[in-house]
Design a protein around this ligand. Structure first.
Ligand code: GLY
Length: 413
């Protein structure tokens, strides 16, 4: 750790400590803001390094930084499920730093995903387009992008299977090694629903809204166990609508609680409550949050191991991405609950952000190939992206910082 990082870390810890206090003075609030600005500046410098590398891949089909493999940046194409996170991270850098340069770059890389709106072969178009074009609309409303949201929702809606009431996640053939899935739906699919609500808001066509509600209801019914932990994959019979099998693809076992799956769940049901105000979804989000928070294997720093049901050794990898997704979800969820729970969620989210912003997870400037966070786990069973930086960890960490910044700004006014 260099001196600059020690300095930033010390400042951040102080800032987060003071911002957790109920009666912090105006002076403290302005100190917090200055210190957070230092953190945003440091992340911005780190992403300059990543951007420099990315420029060398400008003309390649694989041009989006995804993670690190064998010491080199692993690049993805526009049709990779993670394609929205790099432009999305730059949109949040624009929001955090106010630098136009990040807006220009975010826009440039958002536009490169134009053809994704027509993609019908995977469910991930919600991630891909909402994190890129969705943020473009949020941070720099340009005419023409609304139609991209609606076209993407049309593409996603082709994957809706009415008898089962769900959106099919994957094509069975792609995942043959787990057996003969018919119509697999993964918990991650909850994250694609925000795009459908956005499309209904723009087009006034309730088809997309209704599909999102049906998918969320079926997932609530079929993906969760009594303790509110979630299966990763549920396979449906599209003729009868019955559940064929519950299993996993990225977790340690069919009956285990894969860490990122739990994070997708709490985030997904928080969005469902925001968009529908149905209290069932709020209860679900709160219950998933409780499962995570009370889990005996959740480490003190609140950054989980990659699965909650594995034996922990000193070599067990963590998943910083699951922590970042959870922190961001909690910073929204705290707006919908009573004051006691609000304080609990805020304090918890700040603890997670404090951990992620420490040298244990936040890379020293100039290391980590320019990614911000270290120590995420993509898919442990396939030995893929294990204990690695991954673009979606950065994306949700930046989103959490952006949400925290807005909360701190409101509370200090
Ligand atoms: N949606 C894939 C993952 O979370 O790894």
């Amino acid at each position: 750790m260099n001196l600059k990082n020690i300095y930033l870390f010390a400042f951040l810890i102080t800032a987060l400590f003071f911002s957790c206090k109920q009666n912090s003075s105006t002076n403290n609030q302005s100190e917090i803001r200055n210190n957070e600005v230092d953190l945003y500046e440091s992340i911005s410098q780190q992403y300059e390094i990543l951007y420099d590398s990315v420029q060398q891949k400008k003309d390649s089909k694989y041009f989006l930084p995804r993670s690190i493999k064998n010491g080199q940046i692993r690049y993805a194409e526009a049709y990779d499920w993670t394609s929205g996170f790099y432009p999305g991270a730059m949109w949040y850098l624009y929001d955090l730093t106010g630098k136009n340069l990040w807006k220009e770059r975010a826009l440039e890389y958002t536009k490169k995903l134009d053809s994704v709106q027509y993609l019908k072969s995977i469910h991930d178009v919600g991630f891909m387009i909402e994190c890129s074009y969705g943020n473009a609309i949020k941070f720099d409303n340009k005419q023409g992008y609304d139609s991209i949201i609606v076209q993407t929702a049309k593409s996603l809606a082709t994957r809706y299977r009415p008898k089962a009431g769900i959106i099919q996640s994957w094509e069975p053939i792609l995942h043959f090694e787990e057996g003969e899935w018919s119509c697999p739906v993964i918990i991650d699919n909850m994250m694609n629903l925000e795009l459908l609500f956005h499309a209904t808001e723009i087009s006034k066509d309730s088809t997309y809204y209704n599909i999102a509600v049906s998918h969320a209801n079926q997932t609530l019914k079929n993906h969760f166990r009594a303790d509110y932990s979630s299966y990763h994959v549920v396979d449906y019979n599209t003729e009868t609508g019955e559940v064929i099998k519950k299993s996993t693809h990225q977790g340690s076992a069919d009956e285990s609680a894969w860490a990122r799956g739990q994070a997708w769940g709490v985030y997904g049901y928080t969005v469902m409550y925001r968009e529908t105000k149905n209290p069932i979804y709020l209860e679900q989000a709160k219950n998933i949050a409780s499962f995570i928070k009370n889990h005996p294997k959740l480490p003190e720093d609140q950054v989980p191991y990659w699965d909650y049901d594995i034996e922990i050794t000193q070599d067990t990898p963590k998943d910083a991405s699951a922590a970042a997704i959870t922190a961001s979800a909690l910073l929204e969820l705290c707006n919908y609950v009573d004051n006691a729970l609000k304080e609990e969620y805020m304090t918890w989210a700040k603890t997670i952000i404090e951990s992620l912003s420490s040298p244990a997870y936040l890379a020293e400037i100039g290391t980590n190939k320019g990614f911000a966070l270290m120590h995420s786990t993509g898919m442990f069973p396939a030995n893929s992206e294990v204990d690695s930086p991954i673009n979606y960890a950065d994306y949700y960490y930046f989103e959490a910082l952006s949400r925290l910044k807005k909360i701190d700004t409101i509370s200090s006014n």
